[in-house]
Design a protein around this ligand. Structure first.
Ligand SMILES: Cc1ncc(COP(=O)(O)O)c(C=O)c1O
Length: 393
């Protein structure tokens, strides 16, 4: 299936914003631009790493929300993708992705009906759906939803363990065993193992801090695996990991699958992590192209504000320039020189911003403008739809 689409989800985001075949100069601003060469190098590095480590790769597609990029990841060796929301799973399935794990809890009965329908649809296409649970209500609701269809497809159910993130998940091995027992009793459900992801550990800055955090993750996961084994319900798979710690999960001998997502685009926040020599290094591939629209003695102003990029993990970096981006509001960015010998840019100059956090930045755009040949002299090759933009349910 082609990566390229000429029909963005929102007709107002007109393709004239990114004329295919023309140089980067022709991209209207602000625009979310993907350096395809850098993205493909990141993809290849991660795929080679997972293969060498003998672990499966199931990247988190909540980051890019694009069926085309999910398919590309699977062509490069990923077994499937993770999503966080039922509607994300539906959007990617509609775009031809057949192996999807909702690494999150779904509770509302009407949503569980959609989960059941999607499980049946993927099953009939030779694919599969998996889902995480952390409560008896979650398992019972899922089982109830799966009873309704004529043919009950098997859905893989993973018990989520809270391994220190402090979000969803059961907190003890005993609770994991209790849930696994209920899952195993239901013919439409298959107990597939443990979901164990520590989000906050990803962004601990030093390698030492991340290793220390992962040591306690591993201790809890091992205890849960031992308890499940003793109960006659061995966890066939432990899945988790993000861009900050995936080498630790991969080398643990316990995790069988890596869920990292951000490595593909690499945002400014992840670039602040101390590099782990055990991990491959990734390049920034996601940029916001912006133009300077006003200049005064103290600062310049560009046309990308926080409607163009998320600011939850900090303001964007200005690529290759000694400029600091300061918050100028919804549609403006204030640029200040970081060195007395560096002049402010001139009106009309183009700059490339590296977003602080890739996931919520992508969700602000209908499509990514895929550029081949670099940001200086590259050519627009593709428009990549953000299929699951706004898919929050
Ligand atoms: C459950 C889960 N797995 C994996 C990831 C991927 O992490 P990252 O994009 O930081 O690599 C996330 C991100 O928030 C997540 O919530």
């Amino acid at each position: 299936m082609p990566l390229l689409t000429k029909s963005p989800a929102n007709p107002l985001a007109h393709p004239l914003a990114a004329p295919i075949g023309q140089g980067v100069d022709a991209i209207d601003t602000p625009a979310l631009v993907l350096d395809l060469d850098a993205m493909e190098r990141n993809l290849a590095r991660m795929a080679a790493f997972a293969k060498a480590q003998g672990v499966r790769l199931r990247p988190h597609a909540k980051m890019h929300k694009s069926a085309a990029l999910a398919r590309l990841q699977m062509q490069a060796g990923a077994v499937g993708v993770c999503v966080q929301k039922t509607s994300e799973a539906e959007a990617l399935a509609a775009g031809g992705v057949r192996d999807i794990f909702i690494s999150n809890e779904v509770i509302a009965p009407h949503k569980l009906q959609r989960v059941a329908r999607l499980a049946a649809a993927l099953h009939s296409r030779g694919g599969r759906l998996a889902i995480a649970v952390d409560s008896l209500q979650g398992v019972q609701g899922l089982a109830h939803a799966l009873n309704n269809p004529v043919t009950d497809p098997l859905i893989d159910v993973l018990v989520e363990l809270d391994v220190g993130h402090g979000r969803c998940g059961v907190t003890t091995p005993e609770a994991a065993v209790r849930l696994a027992r209920v899952i195993a009793r239901h013919p439409a459900l298959r107990f597939a193992g443990l979901q164990a992801y520590h989000g906050r550990a990803q962004h601990l800055r030093s390698v030492q801090e991340r290793r220390a955090a992962f040591a306690s993750v591993l201790a809890l996961v091992q205890a849960a695996c031992a308890a499940l084994q003793a109960a006659g319900l061995p966890a066939a798979l432990v899945t988790g990991a993000g861009t900050g710690t995936f080498a630790l999960e991969a080398g643990s001998g316990v995790y069988g699958e890596l869920q990292a997502g951000s490595f593909l685009f690499m945002d400014a926040d992840y670039a602040r992590n101390e590099a782990d020599p055990e991990q491959p290094q990734f390049e920034h591939a996601l940029f916001v192209k912006t133009q300077v629209m006003s200049v005064c003695a103290t600062h310049a102003v560009c046309d990308a504000g926080h409607k163009s990029h998320a600011i939850d993990s900090g303001l964007p970096l200005v690529h290759g320039a000694a400029l600091e981006y300061c918050n100028g509001g919804d549609e403006h960015g204030i640029l200040r020189s970081t060195r007395p010998d560096v002049h402010l840019p001139a009106i009309g100059d183009v700059l490339w911003l590296i977003p602080g956090h890739c996931d919520p930045t992508v969700n602000l755009h209908d499509f990514l403008v895929g550029v081949r040949g670099g940001l200086e002299r590259g050519v627009v090759e593709q428009l990549i739809r953000v299929d699951a933009r706004g898919a929050l349910t």
